[in-house]
Design a protein around this ligand. Structure first.
Ligand SMILES: [Zn+2]
Ligand SMILES: [Zn+2]
Length: 245
């Protein structure tokens, strides 16, 4: 029995023995052995399904043409050429990210294939690319024990069916304070020149790069990573995040 099937049966058995409640709504017991959240909650999350900003991915009303950009992205001088996010972060979406990022609940990622089903065009954005997770500073990585962006990139790669690969080739050179309490300009200043390419990599500069992070807020962190890559000679850079907010 391969590892994936074994895990599925293990989850299914555990769900039967310890019938769980959906961590998002907490009022629906379910045991399908596959999903982390119940399907009703998954359906209710604010997925991005229609026209969107071509750089950060937020939904925008308008005709679907190339070059639609939101006000924030129009004002910024962004170093990436396109971007997608899967959902807007409402309370439930924030809870999901929070569970994964601050409580280390990797099981949240079990739902990634179900998220993909609800995000038309998202996987197409990832194919034939090198996915680079936004790195944590070694000190932060040591205290947290994992990099959630690496988990997300690995889940993404499983959906691209071998057309892309994850390459953890960026490093964070400055242990910057968390961005959460900063405004837009402080965020930019905080992460400026905070990243570098790891020495010894042999990435072809012609590759299409997709930078992966959990959340797009102002885009400052992703753009600082993109700036680093542009400085190293890359010019086909995109971004992909789970949520925007
Ligand atoms: Zn639920
Ligand atoms: Zn935008």
């Amino acid at each position: 029995m391969n590892k994936k099937i074994f895990k599925k049966y293990l989850n299914w058995t555990l769900d039967l023995i310890f019938p769980g409640f959906c961590p998002l709504c907490r009022n629906q017991a379910f045991a399908d052995g596959e999903h982390y959240s119940c399907l009703s909650c998954l359906d209710e999350l604010p997925w991005v399904t229609g026209t969107r900003c071509e750089l950060c991915g937020i939904p925008m009303a308008g005709i679907d043409f190339r070059g639609l950009r939101c006000t924030n992205c129009r004002e910024e001088n962004l170093s990436f050429e396109s971007g997608r996010c899967m959902m807007l972060l409402d309370v439930k979406g924030k809870n999901l990210i929070h569970e994964m990022k601050y409580h280390g609940v990797k099981d949240v990622i079990r739902d990634f294939p179900a998220w993909v089903e609800r995000s038309p065009g998202f996987v197409e954005h990832l194919v034939d690319s090198i996915l680079i997770p936004v790195p944590l500073h070694p000190k932060r990585l040591q205290s947290r024990g994992f990099n959630q962006s690496q988990w997300i990139a690995e889940a993404m790669i499983r959906e691209t069916r071998g057309s892309s690969e994850v390459y953890d080739c960026l490093r964070r050179t400055k242990n910057t304070p968390t961005q959460t309490k900063f405004d837009r300009s402080e965020r930019k200043k905080n992460v400026k020149n905070a990243f570098a390419l790891k020495p010894g990599n042999c990435l072809d500069r012609e590759n299409r790069i997709v930078l992966v992070d959990d959340v797009y807020t102002t885009g400052a962190t992703l753009n600082a990573c993109a700036d680093t890559l542009v400085g190293e000679g890359f010019n086909r850079i995109s971004v992909a995040t789970l949520g925007h907010g």
